[in-house]
Design a protein around this ligand. Structure first.
Ligand code: AP5
Length: 224
């Protein structure tokens, strides 16, 4: 049974700060951070059949087929560390994925407790994504203007080299935003009807301020 578990989905457009907030929320609430984007990029880097299949979709900013990502999540949620709660980022992204997640949780006697939408105006998203940098060593995220590393090009935590994601060029970013509006935004209504949707305002605010709202909302407070 779900009991006092937190089974959380972070919902939001590309660049809304899902990964940035998951780095804070996961440790604060003791939840494993499960990101389909990170898992697909790891498969790509390792050259697995899954990674090779996902590559062309990711590079074009299109969604990887539902059955592929649903299979990944089904396996990951069955791992020991996810049985007592989880924080999923980047999934579900279509109504079909949302229905599949509901069905797999119901089968396990569980349910989503919170779907938190991080709401950011569209004009901020392109600026955020074009300045995003990631560490090759530990994966920590930075922004050239909003959250720069202490030493240019090097990670504060492990000293690793910082790089730009292949899908963070402007043309692909614009397509990712269109795909979000068309295929993922309908989930706002889906989860609102089911009474699990919450929202925090993520635009024009520092990551730690957004996190303070997320922490409050997950502890049972009202949306911002
Ligand atoms: P994925 O990796 O999930 O990418 P995304 O959803 O496009 O989200 P991002 O990682 O780009 O943004 P984010 O919201 O995590 O923002 P971040 O915190 O980094 O997916 C990539 C691809 O994989 C998809 O296009 C698709 O092909 C495939 N895929 C993945 N899941 C799938 C699924 N379920 N189904 C089908 N296909 C799937 O922040 C962005 C930048 O802004 C950073 O530089 C950060 O430092 C900065 N920032 C964050 N917060 C703030 C703030 N408050 N103020 C200023 N700057 C900030």
């Amino acid at each position: 049974m779900t009991g006092d578990q937190l089974n959380v989905v972070l919902l939001g457009a590309p660049g809304s700060g899902k990964g940035t907030q998951a780095e804070r929320v996961g440790p604060a609430f003791g939840l494993p951070h499960i990101s389909t984007g990170d898992m697909l990029r790891a498969a790509l880097a390792a050259g697995t059949p899954l990674g090779l299949e996902a590559k062309r979709y990711m590079e074009a900013g299109e969604l990887v087929p539902d059955e592929v990502v649903v299979g990944i999540i089904r396996e990951r949620l069955a791992d020991d560390d996810a049985r007592r709660g989880f924080l999923v980022d980047g999934f579900p992204r279509t109504l079909e994925q949302a229905r599949a997640l509901d069905a797999m949780l119901t089968d396990a006697g569980r349910a989503l407790t919170d779907v938190v939408l991080i709401d950011v105006p569209e004009e901020e998203l392109v600026q955020r994504l074009s300045g995003r940098r990631l560490c090759r060593g530990c994966g920590k995220g930075y922004h050239t203007v909003f959250d720069p590393p202490r030493q240019e090009g090097a990670c504060n935590v492990c000293g690793g080299e910082l790089y730009q994601r292949a899908d963070d060029n402007e043309e692909t970013v614009r397509n990712r935003l269109q795909v979000y509006r068309r295929q993922t935004e309908p989930l706002v209504g889906y989860y609102s009807e089911r009474g699990v949707l919450k929202a925090v305002s993520g635009g024009g605010r520092m990551p730690d301020d957004v996190f303070a709202d997320l922490r409050r909302v997950l502890a049972g407070g009202t949306s911002t």
